[in-house]
Write a protein that binds this ligand. Structure first.
Ligand code: PLP
Length: 451
């Protein structure tokens, strides 16, 4: 009985898997304000050539640079666990496996792409990176990666999180990044917002605007995004590629693969390498799990929309709740995004992957069950996948069906203990699907002429 299935450092994959090569319908291109596809050149002001190439690549396998694999050795390959204790507690005939990404220094899957992005920027002679962060998972991952590849990192952190979540801010500073509460007086976008709303708590949309403005205005500075874009999901496929090898070692293959889904990067990361088999005719179900309060895939519309609140980014074809939809303040901060990765959305639209929405209280209940059986305290985002897996395992019990279930445990919850405290104190609530708010936001979708 092996609990922890481990790979050696030399088993770290040498190539990323690009799902575009196997998609029956390629993802729709990003559009500029004029409704025409945005060419790679338009991205050159804020991204280095290596990443732009990956953003538009249709090659199935893309080599992972040696310095990236070298940096990953600090925590990769990540362990794959068999959840014997959870299975036993549930009394399920299902086999449950989880890939644990909380072993990275920042505590989640996000450093996988942060390191790759820092590498390509360093290669291009870039000296500084700007980014935005909400709760701080992405900001801290980029701070770590910038330190590893000799880049200065400036993080625009949503003001309310800056004040309420001081420890991720501290972590970014330990790794040497500059962190400012957004909106700031340092950018035009920030000054404009502050002039109109001096007491604003900030938002991800505003912070993105500030980070993009600074990167676009300086030749030595690039912008970095932690999810949604094709190159980010590409980098994360290291998760699924390792998981496949690990399952192979114990002679298993999953019937179903689950992951929490915010912008889609850890879902794409674990699921896409299995999609390659599905495209070749193998049966495997891929399930993205999202919050009921921000039900992008399950209740959104498939349309072109802005990536940010202000409307500065190109238009992306995705399931969206509307770029000015402000989701309820649930504790899974990483899942509060109005849109989703265009790759994930196209596959969902084509019926090749599934989505489920779960309620907040049920996710914490699942997370506590997991912590009390498997020991690891999961991030609130990860609890979404755990909820769906437990539900599936219980359904297996009912039907007497010994399915093999795999999920991505995207991060640990050590910086989210106040959310667990609130759960125990009975202060958390379920938010009804905000149909009114979504309808209102969808009325503001940008008008796109068929080009
Ligand atoms: C950011 C984050 C997520 C959600 O982001 P995706 O891009 O959808 O993966 C999920 N889990 C954790 C722990 C995160 O930090």
């Amino acid at each position: 009985m092996t609990t922890k299935i481990l790979l050696d450092e030399q088993d770290i994959p040498t190539h990323w898997y690009n799902v575009v090569a196997d998609m029956p319908n390629p993802p729709a291109p990003p559009l500029g304000p004029d409704g025409r596809p945005v060419g790679p050149e338009a991205l050159a002001a804020i991204f280095p050539p290596g990443l732009i190439e990956q953003e538009v690549s249709t090659e199935r396998w893309i080599p992972i640079p040696e310095p990236v694999r070298e940096a990953w050795r600090l925590w990769r390959p990540s362990p794959l666990y068999r959840a014997y204790r959870l299975e036993q507690a549930l009394g399920t005939p299902a086999k449950i496996f989880y890939k644990y990404e909380g072993v990275s220094p920042a505590g989640s899957h996000k450093p996988n792409t942060a390191v790759a992005q820092a590498y390509y920027n360093h290669e291009a002679g870039i000296r500084r990176l700007t980014t935005e962060t909400g709760a701080g998972q992405w900001g801290s991952s980029l701070a770590l990666a910038g330190r590893m590849f000799d880049l200065e990192v400036r993080v625009y952190m949503v003001r309310i999180s800056y004040e309420q979540k001081p420890y991720r801010r501290s972590m970014m500073k330990v790794w040497g990044a500059e962190v400012f509460p957004s909106p700031t007086e340092m950018t035009e976008a920030g000054r404009k917002v502050l002039a109109e709303h001096p007491d604003t708590t900030g938002s991800l949309g505003i912070a993105i605007s500030e980070a993009v403005e600074e990167a676009a205005g300086r030749t030595d500075t690039s912008y970095a995004l932690g999810s949604v874009l094709n190159h980010v999901l590409l980098h994360q496929t290291v998760i699924g590629l390792e998981a496949k090898k690990q399952l192979e070692q114990v002679g298993e293959y999953p019937d179903m693969v689950f992951a929490p889904c915010g912008g889609g990067s850890n879902f794409g990361g674990i699921a896409f390498p299995f999609f390659a088999d599905k495209a070749a005719g193998r049966e495997v179900e891929l399930v993205a799990v999202e919050p009921q309060s921000c039900p992008t895939l399950t209740r959104g519309v498939y349309a072109y929309d802005y990536g940010d609140t202000v409307g500065l980014t190109p238009l992306l074809k995705m399931y969206t709740l509307g770029h000015d939809f402000v989701p309820p303040g649930i504790h899974a901060g990483g899942l509060r995004y109005h849109g989703d990765s265009p790759l994930v959305c196209q596959l969902y639209h084509d019926g090749l992957i599934q989505a489920r929405a779960v309620a907040q209280l049920a996710t914490f209940e699942a997370g506590v069950t997991f912590a009390r059986t498997e020991g690891i305290v999961p991030a609130p985002e990860s609890n979404h996948a755990i909820r769906a897996v437990i539900d599936e395992a219980l359904a297996c019990k009912e039907r007497g069906e010994p399915k093999t279930l795999l999920f991505n445990l995207s991060g640990h919850g050590h910086f989210d203990m106040s959310a667990y405290d609130k759960y125990f104190a009975g202060e958390l609530q379920d938010y009804a699907y905000p149909e009114e708010a979504v309808r209102e936001a969808l009325a503001h979708l940008p008008k796109v002429e068929a080009a």
